[in-house]
Write a protein that binds this ligand. Structure first.
Ligand code: GLN
Length: 487
């Protein structure tokens, strides 16, 4: 009997009724982990010795899950998918993970990711490219590639991800599942390897909105080790899922969603945007107000540059601690400078090094005002534009990306994307600029491959955003999807 394709509440009920034991669930999940590793290359570590726990009333107890490899897990290899930390075993747990552990949830693997979260392809993991379970010739997107592949392939009901630009929400879209990044500071980042601290968020990938609410209810909370966390004890995400959104108002941005804005659009893009508009009609038919709004195209076109400047600058600063002296394999050389140079030269992939060059450049004293500070100013303009929309609307609803999962051999680093599709590919990053709650849910298929829409709301409005996503999910047929191989 297969259990791992079920949702959290169903699994909990079966555990409580003793229809299945936690041990059996772990065995099934580990067996599936190995199968998915063979097909998709999704994991850094599979924990074959994972132990069962006594099942309590906590919904998550006894149920297996996966953890992205940039979460510190005590006594368990945590590499961030980088050769610079290929042998690093932390001596403490990330707060978000420890909350799940305390709830009795059982980690069965650590998932592969773009090195330190820097990338949107799942191709820069030190263990190799993660493949999409729907079609092995395609990418999952990244950086939470392994988590997305595993949840979509039915290894367990959820896996942890992190999101600095779109790293939870994009791979979720390309794998036909749900990806939720809550308001900045709802979940502690203590123990999450820092990429770009002002943009980094912990979050989760699941197969339903309700499961995302259940997991984040457990992960969240104020933490004295992360001063950006805030008191959310009155926020109950699962309880907020009433499904009633009749009085809600949503908007979509014309400049991103109208096909006329794209020169020589591909068939895939046409289908993706048509499908999105069909779903907007469906939502309207269900009694929800959805209006079209206009945002200055010039401002939208800045998103990618703002993201690159801020994320590369913060990453360059954050990752200066990766020297091979305190952790990671010691470099060769006669002096400590030589050792550090050797460690960083050999350890980081080319993509990361390019980003450090950009980060160092924009942070140079003579360039700071022109690049780094200006990027901060434009970030504010973008956030204020979205905040203005939230005065009238509960949330902004937009298509995710430009279609389905990309082919492996057509890989593009976000930094090389020069097509005029930029704003449509990158708009999820505004959710990180503002720290807005943002959730991606599947909204259909193009040629057998999943596509998705995203709902992003105002800060601290996670309950509302999740409830809207929950209601829209129930208007469609793509809940609890397990990847069916199309190739
Ligand atoms: N694609 C983005 C990047 O390349 C997103 C990364 C992320 O969210 N961690 O940096």
């Amino acid at each position: 009997m297969k259990y791992m394709n079920l949702g959290i509440e169903e699994l909990h009920e079966k555990l409580k009724n003793k229809e299945v034991t936690s041990k059996e669930l772990i065995e099934e999940s580990l067996k599936l982990s190995h199968e998915v590793e063979d097909k998709c290359n999704a994991f850094v570590t599979i924990l074959d010795d994972a132990k069962e726990v006594e099942v309590s009333d906590n919904l998550l107890s006894g149920i297996p899950f996966g953890v992205k490899d940039n979460y510190s897990t005590k006594g368990v290899l945590s590499t961030g998918s980088s050769n610079t930390l290929k042998d690093y075993v932390p001596f403490f747990d990330a707060t978000a993970y420890s909350h799940l552990k305390d709830a009795g949830a059982i980690m069965v693997n650590k998932t592969a990711m773009d090195e330190f979260g820097m990338g949107g392809t799942g191709t820069t993991c030190h263990t190799g490219t993660v493949k999409n379970p729907w079609d092995n010739t395609r990418l999952c997107a990244g950086s939470s590639a392994g988590s997305a592949a595993a949840v979509a392939a039915g290894v367990y009901p959820y896996a942890l991800g992190s999101d600095t630009g779109d790293s939870i929400r994009k791979p979720a879209a390309y794998c036909g599942i749900v990806g939720y990044k809550p308001t900045y500071g709802l979940i502690s980042r203590y123990g999450l390897f820092a990429f770009a601290s002002s943009l980094d968020h912990c979050g989760v990938l699941t197969r339903s909105v309700k499961d995302a609410a259940i997991v984040v209810d457990t992960m969240k909370g104020k933490d004295e080790n992360d001063m950006t966390t805030w008191d959310s004890s009155k926020m109950h995400l699962k309880e907020a899922l009433t499904g009633d959104i009749k009085d809600k108002k949503l908007c979509y941005i014309k400049e991103l969603c109208d096909i006329e804005n794209y020169e020589n659009p591909s068939d895939e893009l046409k289908k993706h945007l048509e499908n999105f508009k069909e779903k907007i009609e469906l939502i309207r038919k269900n009694g929800v107000t959805v209006e079209e709004v206009s945002v200055d195209r010039k401002l939208l076109n800045t998103i990618a540059s703002v993201y690159v400047i801020i994320s590369c600058a913060e990453a360059t600063s954050n990752m200066s601690n990766l020297t091979g002296i305190i952790f990671g394999p010691r470099g060769e050389g006669n002096t400590w400078e030589e050792q550090i140079k050797d460690h960083r030269t050999k350890g980081f992939s080319t993509l990361i090094k390019r980003r450090f060059v950009i980060g160092s450049y924009v942070l140079q004293k003579e360039n700071q005002e022109r690049y780094f500070k200006n990027a901060g100013r434009v970030r504010r303009l973008l956030v204020d534009t979205w905040k203005e929309l939230y005065k009238t609307y509960d949330a902004v609803i937009l298509p995710v990306g430009t279609g389905t999962a990309k082919h492996i051999d057509g890989t593009l680093d976000v930094l090389s994307d020069s097509q005029n599709l930029g704003a449509l590919e990158e708009h999820l990053q505004v959710g990180n600029f503002g720290g807005f709650p943002s959730i991606t849910i599947p909204d259909g298929f193009i040629d057998g491959l999943p596509v998705a829409l995203n709902i992003t709301g105002n800060n601290y409005d996670d309950e509302n955003v999740l409830n809207i996503a929950y209601a829209i999910e129930s208007m469609m047929d793509y809940k609890n999807q397990i990847a069916k191989e199309v190739k």
